[in-house]
Ligand binder design. Structure first.
Ligand SMILES: [Zn+2]
Length: 319
């Protein structure tokens, strides 16, 4: 009788263990990523233990997103919110959060992960002033365009996933170690390629690239927006044009989602080539993950011709 009971207990325990290890799909951690770069990172670290939803795609302007009903439905189910922060999502995320987001993803909870809170934010103004429509009033929110920041965020994400889903904390740490190993290899390669690019003087359409420039040591000669997020005015563009003629600039950098007219206006008059860069994962079909995102940016920067801007009539086909 005693032996039978022991066997029954062991059998019961094994059944329970099997049930735990074969969790139903509903037990996966649901990640709501505001931007595709964070969705991609969540997929790297979360693997099959998470389901990831990205609120935006790589062709969208991340500053201007509508709080659509489909986003509200997704945020209500989310266990982890992963966004850029620094007010990039100020126009839509607070609206979503008020529509039934769970306690676990509210500020201060492990499920509330804002990238800008875990890295050094660049271009933080001394005084916050949104009166001119500055979309970077809390500093530059595009922190993902530096692989060093991605590395830090991967660690933070693994810790958060482990706190939300302690049964699989080891799995997240294992996947993190694997990601870090691959990431460090890739970063070393990118750093080597970046040597030839250091100090390249460039004009940017929007201050999207502050972290990229900081990482690669590129020189931002001018931004075509006097205030971040406000389309360039004709007089200001004339100033940028005059500046470009008096400086050795190599190219105009714009993001894939930005309108082309202002950059083309400047390119036609200055003779500078326009270099379009992917803003995030998914901006082009070949930019399918964070690795190909940085690789593609470098490839496009490496294609900038070493041609002086002062040559009259010089016009490089855009690409
Ligand atoms: Zn911006």
């Amino acid at each position: 009788m005693h032996r039978f009971l022991t066997r029954a207990l062991i059998a019961g325990c094994l059944t329970a263990a099997a049930a735990l290890s074969a969790l139903p799909a509903s037990a996966e951690v649901r990640v709501f990523a505001c931007e595709p770069e964070w969705a991609s990172l969540a997929q790297e670290v979360g693997g099959g233990d998470v389901t990831v939803y990205s609120a935006t795609h790589g062709g969208q302007d991340p500053h201007h997103i509508r709080a659509r009903p489909s986003l509200i439905a997704q945020i209500r189910r989310a266990d982890l919110l992963f966004c850029s922060g620094a007010e990039l999502e100020i126009g839509w995320l607070p609206v979503l959060m008020q529509r039934g987001a769970r306690i676990g993803i509210q500020p201060g909870q492990p499920g509330h992960l804002m990238a800008a809170e875990h890295v050094d934010v660049l271009e933080r103004p001394a005084v916050i002033d949104r009166s001119l429509g500055d979309v970077h009033a809390s500093g530059n929110p595009h922190v993902h365009v530096d692989p060093r920041n991605i590395r830090v965020l991967a660690s933070e994400l693994a810790a958060r996933l482990g706190a939300i889903d302690p049964d699989r904390a080891d799995a997240y740490q294992t996947r993190l170690a694997d990601f870090h190993a691959r990431w460090d290899n890739a970063t070393a390669e990118w750093d080597a390629r970046a040597e030839a690019l250091r100090g390249t003087p460039l004009i940017v359409q929007h201050a999207y690239w502050a972290y990229l420039f900081d990482w690669l040591g590129l020189e931002r000669v001018a931004s075509m927006e006097r205030v971040a997020g406000i389309p360039p005015s004709a007089p200001f563009l004339q100033e940028v044009l005059a500046h470009s003629r008096s400086t050795d600039v190599k190219a105009i950098i714009r993001a894939n989602y930005e309108p082309t007219d202002a950059a083309e206006w400047l390119s036609e008059r200055s003779g500078l080539p326009i270099v379009e860069l992917p803003s995030t994962v998914g901006s082009y079909p070949e930019v399918s993950d964070l690795f190909s995102f940085f690789s593609e940016i470098l490839t496009r920067l490496e294609a900038i011709p070493d041609q002086s801007a002062s040559v009259p009539g010089f016009r490089q086909p855009t690409g």
